[in-house]
Design a protein around this ligand. Sequence first.
Ligand code: NDP
Ligand code: ZN
Length: 351
Amino acid sequence: MKGFAMLGLNRVGWIEKEKPQCGALDALVSPLAVAPCTSDVHTVWEGALGDRHDMILGHEAVGIVSEVGALVRDFKPGDKVIVPAITPDWNSLEAQGGYSMHSGGMLAGWKFSNFKDGVFGEFFHVNDADGNLAHLPDGLDPVEAVMLSDMVPTGFHGAELADVQYGDTVLVVGIGPVGLMAVAGAALRGAGRIFAVGSRALCIEAARGYGATEIIDYHNGDLGAQVMEMTGGKGVDKAIIAGGTVGTIAQVIPVLKPGGRIGNVNYLGSGEFVTIPRIEWGCGMGHKVVVGGLMPGGRLRMEKLASMMVYGRLNVAPLITHRFNGFENMEKSLNLMKDKPRDLIKPVVIL
Ligand code: NDP
Ligand code: ZN
């Protein structure tokens, strides 16, 4: 079978591979719609995961089941399915402990395009099919449903990690597709004032649509100073980081109120250390929490988030700015994610 792969650091292209084997609990799926991710960009062009050779890329897909193992109960060939980016081993101790995304080791619930072939192939393998696939609800557009693989659950996880509560003032750093879903997640959880940080006009318009009350352009001076000025020196209750650099956490800690939380979902693709400014962290006594997390995957999460789309609580259409037909557009769509033209939020390739 054919797959669009990371050939090595800074190199991508098409390769031929054996069709994957389907274990007793697993499924093989053919993609119907896939999306490239900024994480693929960190992996290929920043070498964030180290070197990888001939690894098929991609972890965001809606597909059609082509084969299931003998022990799979709820899925059969021909079923249309939403595939989460994170596919944990549900019988692991980490999953039993509540951290399924780290099943088998830190970040090891993230399998596609990390340590096994991803979804940009004619077929891909899904471990624990009953635990990780979700039926595509009738009437849900498969192209829009691709946003459920990663963008919606990651952005919403930022709002969960920051523990956004009714009436909170929330800072969302980054309004690419992940940050936009963080804005939406914060608004759905009852935030009051929401500051959104970004500069691309299309993203700003979408951020306002999802509930941002004010926009901050990080090019217009220090981010923290802008927030302090806009809040009359008070700062924010919670912050979600979905963009920026290894230095962004240090910029945000000073604007957090004591008791505040930072939920980071940004993938720090480069840099050695994350630093915490001592004084602004209350000399170690400020009750300011920083937590970073990989999105939770799995079937239940997919079904619940899909329900929000089916029942009109969440509209992901504004995220999808580019639609391409055919596998031959994989490279073009991945390059868009790398180059981030100003009219881009997220591309989807339809197969
Ligand atoms: P984008 O590149 O589309 O968006 C990044 C956003 O950050 C943009 O709004 C950009 O602003 C803003 N930004 C860039 N530099 C700075 C800066 N110095 N200070 C403040 N804001 C800045 O990314 P995505 O939305 O696709 O992804 C966001 C991150 O989430 C990525 O690192 C991705 O790998 C990660 N991710 C994490 C997952 C997880 O499970 N934790 C899963 C999926 C993705 P501008 O408007 O100027 O472009
Ligand atoms: Zn992704």
